[in-house]
Every structure is written in structure tokens, then in C-alpha cells.
Design a protein around this ligand. Sequence first.
Ligand SMILES: O=C(CO)[C@H](O)[C@H](O)COP(=O)(O)O
Length: 197
Amino acid sequence: MDPPSEVASDKTELAETTMRHALSSHFSVPGIFMDCHMMVSEPEKWVNDIADAGGSLYCFHLEATSNPLSLVQAIRERKMKAGVAISPDTPSTAITDEVGEAADMLLVMTVYPGRGGQKFLERCVPKVAELRARFPDKDIEVDGGVGPKTIGVCADAGSNVIVAGTAIFNDPHPENVIQVLKDSVNKAQAKIANRER
Ligand SMILES: O=C(CO)[C@H](O)[C@H](O)COP(=O)(O)O
């Protein structure tokens, strides 16, 4: 049975207050680029808190807003870069030319948002290639199940920003994994640049 709506609303308020408290306790590290991927249902609500907390990039889900262009503008007004994320079932064409051009970064989720340690969804990779073809100068990020075994297809499709959790933190030599990921991206980017010449 669903809880009464007052309980649901109390819980939401408590979650929001807790999040605001965490954000206001200065989690930012000087010199670090804080890429904040907001897997939230009302991304408009958190722009000011993330900006005040030192966020460098605010990435919201396209599925979670009815006005991505005005959200990008609100993010820019707070001097952050803007990212637009799509979940596995959202086609890359849902990112219109106008929205893609307005954003700094496009994020293709390669797992369903929610938790680390999920299996990489290779069927999402063609979306990276489609976005790279339309937006040659944008950052294109992949997130979910990315590691040494899956980085190749992502990098070859044109992704140049990589999120990796399990592959790095579960390895006894995380620095080596990071290097492998960086090398793959750099190699693929050099190949793409040569092709464009
Ligand atoms: O936000 C996430 C999923 O919602 C995780 O950041 C993402 O999945 C990265 O973790 P892993 O590399 O373990 O998949």
C-alpha cells in the first residue's frame, strides 16, 4: 500500500533538507573540476545549491525537464558548464540540434541510472557515434560499466569524457586503470582528428 501523501511529502522535504545541508558543508576541493551529474526528477531545483557548493558542471537528465534550453541558460547564469544526459531508453535524437549546441557536454548513460556495478549496455554505443557526428566539438561522456574491457568501443565511437567507478575502485592498481582509460581516449581522439584533416 502507498504511504499517505503527507508522509511522502515529509520524506521528500527531509531528503531535500539533507541534500542542501550536505551541499552547504563545502565539499568542494580546490582545483578540482566538479562534474555534478544530477540524477534527480526536478533538476531546476538544485542549480543554485550546486553552484554555491562549487560545482563546475551541472548535468541534468533530458527526461527530467520540459524546458532544457531554459535550464541550460539558468546553469550558465550561475557560471557553470551545462551537461545534458540521456538514459539508455532515450534515443540520441531526443537531443535536438538546438539543445546539443547550447550544452557543453552530452552524457550517454550506458547503464540505467541508479547504482554502480551494473553491466555495460553496448546497445547505447551507437548513440555516442550519432552525437559525435552531429556535435564534433562537444564533450561526450559515457557513464556506466565502463572499464578496460569496454572503453575501446566508447572511445572509438567518439566519447572523450569517461565515468568509471567499479573498474577503478575494485582494482588493486586504480592508477593503471585510469591510465588505460586515458590512453584509449587519447588514441581514439587522435585517430578521429586525423580523419577530419
Ligand atoms: O551513477 C552511476 C549509475 O547510476 C555510476 O556512476 C556509474 O554506474 C559508474 O559506476 P560503474 O562504473 O560502477 O558502473
